[in-house]
Design a binder for this molecule. Structure first.
Ligand SMILES: [Zn+2]
Ligand SMILES: [Zn+2]
Length: 239
């Protein structure tokens, strides 16, 4: 099974990532990647660009060198109501919206499992976020079962983040194993994300692939453009 769609990648529009979009495209093409989500960090992250840089992705072409570019944002959850740090201009521009927790001043205390779980369930119900990212992060304890059940009910995808299993968010792996167990029980869509912050990591899913084992391929967004389209149509989007 090939996974030729990367729905979580970063460029040096935030300084803690190190490649341009063209470099990402070139490296992705070498791996045979067909679709790249150009995921820009939401404005609350300390080194993010101004919101209009994110909204201005409307000026990007849909294809660069034959690779489909999805305009995208990785929004930050800012409170227990599940509000995000993105405005309507960003929402209108983006083909696919990721959302999750990062250490931002707006959100505050992070070790309250009830607060984190409620915030995520409200994010799901608010219906703006298509994919919940790196839920295995041990800095933000979550009741995984409740979140997976809600994600299934509202057709929000759960991300399995390759970066969480390699260089980032140390300690995520046992949590990701629990998440995939609940996913196997409740069967939400899942999305593989490289979370590449450098071009050579575009489409790098090897640890995520090991973790998902024989998860039902019909529920994995990265298996084909048709599958991705099926999901975005369910989400009320025409990408
Ligand atoms: Zn980042
Ligand atoms: Zn990211």
């Amino acid at each position: 099974m090939n996974f030729l769609i990367d729905l979580h990648t970063h460029t040096n529009t935030t300084p803690h990532a190190y490649s341009s979009l063209e470099e990402n495209v070139r490296a992705g093409k070498k791996r045979g990647i067909k679709v790249i989500a150009n995921t820009m960090h939401g404005p609350s992250l300390q080194d993010s660009p101004h919101w209009w840089a994110i909204a201005n992705q409307r000026t990007l072409p849909n294809y660069v060198d034959g690779i489909r570019i999805l305009k995208s944002v990785e929004a930050n959850i800012i409170n227990i109501d599940g509000d995000l740090d993105i405005n309507n201009k960003i929402i209108e521009t983006c083909d696919i919206i990721l959302g999750g927790f990062h250490g931002i001043p707006e959100y505050g205390d992070t070790d309250d499992i009830n607060k984190n779980t409620k915030a995520l369930i409200n994010v799901i119900k608010n219906n703006v976020v298509d994919i919940l990212v790196h839920l295995g992060n041990p800095s933000f304890p979550i009741d995984y079962e409740k979140v997976v059940i809600a994600a299934k009910k509202y057709n929000v995808a759960i991300e399995i983040n390759n970066g969480s299993l390699t260089t980032s968010r140390s300690g995520s792996k046992p949590n990701c194993e629990k998440i995939i167990q609940y996913c196997s029980k409740y069967k939400p869509y899942i999305s593989l994300g490289s979370d590449a912050h450098f071009s050579t990591l575009i489409g790098e899913f090897s640890e995520a692939i090991k973790l998902i084992g024989n998860y039902d391929k019909k529920l994995i967004l990265n298996t084909s453009e048709e599958k991705l389209k099926e999901f975005t149509t369910l989400r009320g989007k025409n990408i």
